[in-house]
Design a protein around this ligand. Sequence first.
Ligand code: NAD
Length: 282
Amino acid sequence: MSRAAVIGAGTMGNGIAHVFAQHGWSVTLIDTVPAALEKATATIRTNLDRQVKKGTLAPEAPAEVLGRIATATALEAAAGASLVVEAASENPAVKFGVFEQLDRIAGPEAILATNTSSISITEIAARTRRPGQVIGMHFMNPVPVMQLVEVIRGHATTDATTRMVMATAAALGKTPVEVNDYPGFVSNRVLLPMINEAIFCVMEGVAAPDAIDTVMKLGMAHPMGPLALADFIGLDVCLAILEVLHKGLGDDKYRAAPLLRKMVAAGYLGRKSGRGFYEYAK
Ligand code: NAD
């Protein structure tokens, strides 16, 4: 049976473990925080039960899927995996440390993938002695629902690694799209300037947030307006990704709107803080 390890059991890690296990993989979910593992297991159980209620999963499936997921607090538990997907906190020092360790722990054939939204795949790969077997596997939130996996080739990623990861993502029922490693990849390179421009429109008084979102929803058939989406992603995360684009591409067209900086400084982070461009009941 195929064996995967997922590093980090937060928002993304639980969804990634869920999808692999649902498609027959044996999964070891690893997090340094035991409470994160407990919460992830409970979330996976709730999401599987929801799939059964919707009729998209057989009633006996949740027990089988959960039976394929083991949890651990030490990275050594990734030793037997043929594919490791890292979804730990978005912090370069954390990711570099995890990849240095995984390179020592994982078997020589194992592929090491990262779910990073904005850190260079090439830089992560350079921390290992197997840069050809390091790749980006960028799942979208919520993982069990969203169709896309952005597969990002680092500078040294081999064709064989890319083929294997594209095939794996397709076997998980997802649609993989291959892109190259430049700041923001495709997803955030295109999305964040749109969100940023919407924030400039608020700042300059072009229109109110709900007016801007309505234009984009009804005029452009976007399911969600850019400002509601920014609140969903988190305004601090949006700012951090814009900084990566601005610094990495060196072009002022990626300059974050001063209003975005001010809102982040004020603690208006979107849904998670109860307030961003909109207010949310906590
Ligand atoms: P999160 O904060 O919800 O979870 C991160 C988890 O990693 C935490 O449980 C933490 O305890 C664990 N962790 C930290 N250091 C670790 C280590 N050394 N070893 C093992 N576990 C460790 O974060 P998230 O939102 O799930 O994001 C994870 C990754 O996915 C990030 O790289 C992020 O950029 C990316 N991503 C997030 C989203 C999203 O919408 N949240 C979407 C796409 C990609």
